[in-house]
Write a protein that binds this ligand. Structure first.
Ligand code: PGA
Length: 242
C-alpha cells in the first residue's frame, strides 16, 4: 500500500487523472471501475483535458459501475448512473456498448449482480478500481459488517450512508437499499486507487490505514490489496502518524 499526500485537492485530482491515463495507455482495452461522489469529480474533469490534449483513445475500454441506489431512476441527478454519464461518459464520448452499470429499477436486483459478475469474469479482471471512502468507511456500498468474500450484492444501506447520501439529491430522498460490486472485486482488481480529501475524512482515513483490518471498516481492506495507492490531500492525511 503506497500512500501519497498532496498539498491540495487539485494536486490530488491531477494525480488520480494521471493514474487513470497511465492504466489506459498501458492497456487500451482496460476495464475501469470509476467511483461516483464528490471526491473524484475534479479528477474526471482533468482526465477529460488530458484525453483531449493527448488524443488518448479510450474506445477500447470497458466501464463497469461500482454501485447504485436501488429504485432511483437513472434520470435522477443523484443516481450514480446520472453522475457517470454527466462527469465521465458524455465528456469522454464513451459509447453505450462500453458501459455496464447496475439497473437500479430492475425487478430482480440479484440477477443484476449475477449479470455484472459474469461480465467482469468474462473480461478477466478489473484493471483499475478507483474508489472514495465513505464517512462510515464504506467502499462503494460495501457497508460496515460486509463479508470480504462477496462479489456483487444487494445491501440495506447503513444509516450513515442514507443520511450522507442526501447531499447528492435535490430533494430529500428515501435511500434504503443499494447494489454494489463486492470487496472480492476490489481485492481481485489489478490496481486500486483510494482517494480522500478534506478534514472531514481525516478520522476515517486514519482508521482505514492505521487501524486493524476489520469488516466493520470496509475501507481497511485496502491494507490487504496487493497493488493499492492511496491519494490524500493534507487535510485528509492530517490524523495519520507522521
Ligand atoms: P464522497 O463519497 O466522495 O461524496 O465523499 C465517498 C463515498 O461515499 O464513497
Amino acid at each position: 500500500m503506497l500512500i501519497k499526500v498532496f498539498e491540495n485537492y487539485n494536486a490530488l485530482s491531477e494525480e488520480a487523472a494521471n493514474e487513470i491515463v497511465s492504466v489506459v495507455k498501458q492497456k487500451p482495452d482496460a476495464v475501469l471501475c470509476l467511483a461516483t461522489g464528490d471526491t473524484p469529480t475534479l479528477a474526471y474533469s482533468l482526465l477529460r483535458r488530458r484525453i483531449v490534449a493527448e488524443k488518448i483513445d479510450i474506445s477500447g475500454c470497458t466501464f463497469v459501475g461500482l454501485d447504485e441506489w436501488l429504485e432511483i431512476p437513472p434520470q435522477n441527478e443523484g443516481s450514480c448512473s446520472f453522475y457517470l454519464h454527466h462527469h465521465v461518459f458524455h465528456p469522454l464520448n464513451v459509447k453505450p456498448d462500453q458501459i455496464h452499470l447496475f439497473d437500479a429499477l430492475s425487478d430482480d436486483p440479484h440477477s443484476e449482480c449475477t449479470r455484472m459478475d459474469a461480465l467482469i469474469r468474462q473480461k478477466g479482471k478489473i484493471d483499475l478500481m478507483l474508489v472514495g471512502v465513505g464517512m462510515n468507511g464504506h467502499i462503494g456500498f460495501n457497508e460496515p459488517g460486509v463479508p470480504t468474500s462477496l462479489y456483487s450484492h444487494v445491501v440495506n444501506l447503513d444509516p450513515v450512508t442514507q443520511t450522507v447520501g442526501q447531499k447528492y439529491f435535490t430533494n430529500t430522498t428515501r435511500l434504503t437499499r443499494g447494489i454494489t460490486l463486492g470487496l472480492r472485486h476490489f481485492f481481485e482488481s489489478r490496481k486500486a486507487i483510494m482517494m480522500a480529501n478534506g478534514i472531514k475524512k481525516a478520522e476515517v482515513v486514519k482508521l482505514a490505514l492505521e487501524g486493524p483490518v476489520s469488516i466493520n471498516l470496509p475501507a481497511s481492506a485496502v491494507q490487504h490489496h496487493s497493488n493499492a495507492i492511496i491519494l490524500l490531500d493534507e487535510e485528509a492525511a492530517r490524523s495519520l502518524r507522521k
